[in-house]
Design a protein around this ligand. Structure first.
Ligand code: GDP
Ligand code: MN
Length: 401
């Protein structure tokens, strides 16, 4: 799960990570009031979307920059008015961009140096690792490509945690002067503490800055949380912004479905993550493009299948659906009934029908096939996975049964 920068700033404040004062605003008036409350003429307005690269981004109406420095609170109001409700396109949003619904107004700092500092989980060692660079404020992937030596990695022992010698080593590698060792150490430790306590999968501070006033501060933050640990963090779940998520995934999560939206035109409903991957691969192999990953799991109920099917059919890009079930714990007749329910509901509402290829094998397969046959719904039966994939690709191409 991702959160907004202003929420990350709130968390950082709670954990004692130095960050400029900031407040979120939903309207130009709120932005102006926030600016006044800081009692300074060094201000910055930042578009709040779940994507980086805002500074260099452009709004679809031509307005430039999702991060703007301002000198007065009325200027803050005007800048907020130009951003709110507009669509911001950055390197990370894709061409469609994201609608800006909130801005953060913060006290702006005069920057001496911009650094990069992140903590993430290294899958190779199954432990946290700190990634830092003197090249901050820019795309770290680009730095990794053009100047890999400018990036340092410091593995953290999972039970001992971040050690004092490591913070000193990092501060030195980042070229921080001796008088900044102590505040930098405090910042690194507080951030590591936050990372562990909140079950983050990543915290990325880009840039971490040294100000002209001699402070070390987190100027921008991107946090990611381990979804499997959200059960013990209601305060973080409360930060969830559904507007920033794929609506198909939001719907799927309501029914505990393992669904990930993609941009192809062949939807698939499969049981088991491995089989779901194989199904996507074989669709691609025969020249199609999967519209989603969906694993209904071993114990899906009829209602879950019905809801899953509704999500697939409501997706406007979908030209064909491939149901691939290998019944083990999952029973083929349960899947069949779920599919029938969803189709009947659509029929009743006279909604668009999508060609449907079904491959069932395993537990209660005969009962499942019988249900589908007796439903008299237009289905394309398939004998095996290859056959099913080819039929789905052909159906999507023809746009007919
Ligand atoms: P991003 O483009 O989405 O990563 O947004 P950032 O918050 O990182 O801002 C982009 C760039 O704008 C930073 O790298 C800084 O150079 C600049 N910037 C952001 N906030 C401030 C600020 O408070 N003061 C100054 N002087 N520059 C800032
Ligand atoms: Mn940034």
């Amino acid at each position: 799960m991702n959160i907004h920068e202003y929420q990350a700033a709130e968390l950082m404040e709670k954990f004692g990570v130095a960050t400029p004062r900031g407040r979120v605003a939903n309207t130009p008036e709120e932005a102006e009031a926030a600016a006044r409350s800081f009692g300074t003429n060094n201000l910055v307005v930042k578009a709040q979307i779940h994507a980086g690269g805002r500074g260099k981004g452009t709004f679809t109406n031509g307005y430039k920059g999702g991060v703007q420095l301002c000198k007065t609170s009325s200027q803050v109001r005007d800048v907020a008015a130009s951003m709110l409700g507009q669509t911001l396109v950055t390197k990370q949003t894709g061409a469609a961009g994201r609608v800006v619904r909130k801005v953060m107004v913060a006290e702006s700092k005069e920057i001496e140096r911009e650094l990069y500092f992140a903590i993430l989980i290294d899958r190779a060692t199954s432990a946290p690792v700190i990634v830092a660079s003197t090249k901050g404020g820019m795309n770290i992937e680009e730095v990794a490509e053009t100047d890999p030596d400018a990036i340092v990695r410091e593995p953290i022992h999972p039970t001992l945690g971040l050690q004092a010698y490591q913070t000193r080593k990092l501060a030195k590698l980042l070229g921080l002067s001796s008088n900044l060792m102590r505040p930098a150490g405090k910042l690194f430790h507080s951030l590591y503490n936050l990372f562990i306590k909140c079950d983050c999968s990543m915290v990325e501070i880009n840039p971490l800055v040294v100000t002209k006033g001699g402070e070390v501060m987190a100027l921008d933050a991107k946090f990611n949380f381990d979804d499997n640990a959200l059960g013990r963090h209601p305060e973080i779940v409360a930060y969830r912004d559904l507007e920033e998520e794929d609506p198909r995934e939001v719907q799927a999560s309501k029914f505990n479905l393992n669904y990930i939206g993609l941009d192809g035109n062949i939807a698939c409903l499969v049981n088991g993550a491995g089989l779901a991957m194989a199904t996507m691969d074989i669709i691609q192999h025969f020249g199609g493009k999967p519209a989603n990953f969906l694993d209904v799991g071993g114990g899906a109920s009829e209602q879950q299948v019905t809801e899953a099917f509704k999500i697939l059919m409501a997706d406007k890009n979908v030209q064909a659906i491939l149901v691939n079930i290998f019944g083990g714990i999952m029973k083929c007749d349960v899947i069949a009934q779920g599919v029938i329910n969803a189709l009947r509901q659509r029929e009743a509402r006279e909604e668009r029908m999508v060609p449907l290829v079904v491959r069932l094998e395993g537990t209660n397969v005969d009962a499942g096939k019988k249900l589908l046959k007796e439903s008299n719904l237009p289905l394309i039966a398939a004998d095996n996975l290859e056959d099913a994939a080819q039929k789905a690709v052909a159906a999507a191409k023809n746009g007919k049964h």
